[in-house]
Design a protein around this ligand. Structure first.
Ligand SMILES: [Zn+2]
Length: 258
């Protein structure tokens, strides 16, 4: 098989969510993402019915070719108790995988605190009543002081297309960001393919991200569009990708972001 060559434009770690390319089918998702130039994968168990089978087959899944793996925890607990979700997720934590969680799913804060720095709490879109703004996220991190932030830049743009909210989250939590979700989030909260407008909106901020922080695409796209999503993102990250930043002066662009 001919793997697409890395373009060399960027050292950023780019990846895809299995749930975006093969809903509910992790094996298929991994196979499709492996054929692309992605180095990172977020294994998705967004519905709690998917979690037991996923954890059971973890030792048999093929993760070769990826240098970063994370697991997206279920977004709600319906068929499983929160306690059993935590027990299943221990198996991912034992592998050192970061665990992405939506803050509105959490009731047992102490249980989630046990994942320490491996936990990455995601900022929410406008359908949710918490975890959307810096103030709401601050309340979450008071209860989970070691947790990182999974910054869904598409969620922040859905709430505020001017990107002021995204800039505020970035400024306040930059040091906590361990993981990004990137896609075009539409008014209904669906994760769409990247378009020129959202790339332009994301560019000033994403061009400042440290190379060790993975950017995970959540665009729901057919297999033949996986590589083009990665290419568009990589092009946008290219230093001095002026077509994306003309007229915009990224905050802190002339300072070290370490
Ligand atoms: Zn999520």
């Amino acid at each position: 098989m001919n793997l697409p060559e890395h373009t060399g434009y960027s050292d950023m770690r780019l990846g895809f969510s299995t749930g975006a390319v093969a809903k509910g089918d992790v094996e298929q998702g991994l196979a499709l993402i492996r054929e692309s130039s992605a180095d990172a994968v977020e294994v998705s168990a967004l519905r709690d019915t998917e979690l037991p089978a996923l954890i059971d087959k973890l030792p048999r899944l093929d993760f070769t070719g990826f240098d970063y793996l994370a697991l997206h925890a279920p977004s709600a607990f319906a068929s499983l108790s929160e306690r059993s979700v935590l027990t299943y997720l221990d198996k991912a934590a034992e592998r050192g995988w970061p665990i992405v969680i939506h803050p509105d799913a959490i009731k047992d804060w102490k249980g989630w605190r046990s994942f320490g720095e491996l936990l990455a709490v995601e900022n929410m879109d406008r359908r949710k009543a918490c975890g959307r703004t810096p103030e709401e996220l601050e309340c979450v991190f008071e209860k989970l002081p070691e947790a990182g932030l999974c910054f869904d830049i598409g969620h922040a743009r859905q709430l505020d297309p001017s990107m002021t909210l995204a800039e505020r989250i970035w400024e306040e939590f930059n040091g906590r960001i361990r993981h990004f979700h990137v896609s075009h989030v539409d008014a209904e909260g669906r994760h769409r393919a990247l378009d020129r407008e959202c790339l332009k909106a994301f560019a000033p901020l994403l061009q400042q991200v440290r190379p060790d922080v993975p950017l995970i695409l959540e665009s729901i796209v057919p297999p033949e569009c996986i590589e083009s999503e990665l290419t568009q993102l990589r092009e946008m990250l290219r230093p001095f990708a002026l077509s994306f930043t003309e007229g915009v002066s990224p905050k802190g662009a002339n300072t070290s972001s370490s």
